[in-house]
Design a protein around this ligand. Sequence first.
Ligand code: PLP
Length: 409
Amino acid sequence: MDTETSTTPMTAPSMTTSTTPAMMPRSRALATEAVHAGRDDLAALGLHAAPIDLSTTYPSYDSRGEAERIDAFAATGAKLDGPPVYARLDNPTTARFETALARLEGTASAVSFASGMAALTAVLLVRASMGLRHVVAVRPLYGCSDHLLGAGLLGTEVTWTDPAGIAEAIRPDTGLVMVETPANPTLAEVDIRAIAHACGSVPLLVDNTFATPVLQRPVEHGARIVLHSATKYLGGHGDVMGGVVACDEEFAARLRQVRFATGGVLHPMAGYLLLRGLATLPVRVRAASASAVELSRRLMADPRVARVHYPKLGGAMVSFEVYGDPHRVISAVRLITPAVSLGSVDTLIQHPASISHRIVDEGDRQASGVGDRLLRMSVGLEDVEDLWADLCQALSAQEAVGPSGDGRP
Ligand code: PLP
């Protein structure tokens, strides 16, 4: 059996180190920020839970003053001071989530969007609006991110490279370098610091959806932009869709201008659920990661499994390749849910080649390690023995070709 696995126990990341100028100093530990950030004013308001403000518009009896504020917002993208104006400019509930996420990622600002894809779209539009349409990216990326970069929908031109080729791939019109680490779905990891160095003055975007700020804060290693599908671990319960970009205030201001112009705002109800999700993020990620470490160990020792992928960084995602038919394994699970997405309290399994990475050209998909026998599992909070029992019986459902049979990948 071949493995690409490290089961090094996770160490608690340092909470206060500041290694790059973009990094905001933090006085409270991550677990404390997760519970309190974005809520610091609640006691003064006489509240315990964050209020949900569903207003789309707000009364204003000073039309001239309001017009000036809207003009200033459109021109600069700076956060609105004073009362809100209209829900596409900002919203007090989603602003709480943005404040909290920025604190967790250690950035000056964060800007929320309706989904992870809306967030990536906004980043690309910011750069395109500056005439910088060329992107350098490392595969694999989430299938729709790969598609958005490569399909030319936003006029983006992409050069795919491995990490060692980044410096050479950068051109005068390169607006962005993009990586995912650990990557969806192979869990491949890259050295953020080395890549940030190779980027020079071109901003590095790290999709931190899989690691979350509990395991890795990319700006500490030199990234300028951190992207999340908030739909996953940040929400954590499979009931909210959102995206967020954590970055410096200069880039955040441009993102707010694009969001105002294009309208991909996060709904306040989603903002509330995401703020609530952040409070338990460290506990959820650590508990699910402990089970994922255990399951990856058992899968590695299982003769029905050809290869296990588990990141050195840790985390709650495990991918593995079977010798037989992966669809049979998916059809046989009973406790685990066969479903796309990840980061929920319950365990999900899916076949990337058919679902999350279906949109990627088959040759490119295979070349980046997303083979036809790969399964991706997002480990949830169930008891690990119950998960193993389900996985074990499901693995027996694959065709009985075995390690030495014809079905070897
Ligand atoms: N980034 C990663 C790593 C993802 O896995 C996903 C979705 O699965 C996205 C971005 C896109 O996020 P959303 O589905 O919230 O638009």
